[in-house]
Design a binder for this molecule. Structure first.
Ligand SMILES: O=C(O)CCC(=O)C(=O)O
Ligand SMILES: [Fe+2]
Length: 276
């Protein structure tokens, strides 16, 4: 079946073997370099997606147009000290890797991505946000059920998430879970930033419950897989309790010219459009 039809029906598609080992190795090495340069003493910002009413500090808000590292909640003690080596304490890097890091920039410019996005209905795809998510062994935190349109509100055709497995992902190391067809349901929450106070707030829009375990599907995929999903698709990932990391690189695409909400936390006044 054509990928566009499956995407419309299920809210996501899975493309195995989209990227080669050498490409994945380049991205993992580039991420390591960024972490090496990161001064963990200067920036103690923890990224928690369990308490998702976050995005309230300048280090987070400024990361829309920068490359910032965020720590795992479980890696900082009550005194603010790291409880493990820096390289094992990072939760994620975001959110302008594609603009500011040459290795990520080259990866994001490859024609495959533009081609797939056009097939799924974005005629002029622009890449608005990139992240490396580490899911560290033993402590890689849960990313609670959410829909990306809560955080990135764009007019039609909305935002499409593109998630790349940089390592094998399975239930034990915290793979992605999705609710097939769940994108046809309502948007449950919206996150809006009040720019005068530089403060974000999560507000309920619809009381529909999050999917049950029975309704959810674990996307156990090998490294090199590309998952594309709708901004209304409920998805989450569990805590990584294994001794293996589960690194992923995620890209979020809008369509050029679509309305971009002023209260979205992610604004790109300096960097502008990154076309693919
Ligand atoms: O990789 C994960 O754990 C979550 C990713 C996610 O929520 C996203 O890419 O939108
Ligand atoms: Fe997400």
């Amino acid at each position: 079946m054509a990928s566009r039809v499956v995407f419309r029906r299920d809210g996501y598609i899975v493309l195995e073997n989209a990227f080669g080992d050498d490409q994945l190795a380049r991205l993992r090495a580039a991420a390591e370099c960024i972490v090496d340069r990161f001064d963990a003493d200067a920036h103690r910002t923890v990224f928690s997606t369990v308490d998702r009413d976050t995005a309230n500090d300048d280090y987070f808000l400024d990361s829309a147009e920068a490359v910032h590292c965020f720590l795992e909640e479980g890696a900082v003690d009550a005194q603010g000290r790291l409880t493990r080596p820096k390289a094992r304490a990072i939760n994620k890097i975001g959110h302008a890797l594609h603009d500011l890091d040459p290795a990520f920039g080259a990866f994001c410019r490859q024609p495959l991505l533009g081609r797939v996005l056009r097939e799924l209905g974005h005629d002029q795809p622009v890449l608005v946000q990139t992240m490396v998510i580490f899911k560290q062994p033993g402590i890689g935190g849960e990313v609670g059920w959410h829909q990306d349109a809560t955080y990135l509100d764009a007019g039609p055709p909305g935002v499409i998430g593109a998630w790349v497995a940089l390592e094998d992902a399975d239930r034990d190391n915290g793979c992605l879970w999705v609710a097939p067809g769940g994108h046809l349901g309502p948007l449950r929450e919206t996150h809006e930033v009040d720019w005068e106070r530089r403060c974000g707030r999560l507000r309920s829009l619809d009381p529909s419950p999050w999917p049950t375990t029975e309704q959810a599907r674990a996307l156990e995929v090998p490294a090199g897989t590309l998952v594309l999903f709708s901004d209304h698709l409920p998805h989450y990932s569990a805590v990584n309790r294994s001794d293996r990391s589960r690194m992923a690189f995620t890209m979020h695409f809008a369509n050029r010219g679509a309305a971009w909400r002023d209260s979205n936390w992610l604004q790109r006044p300096q960097l502008g459009d990154f076309a693919v």
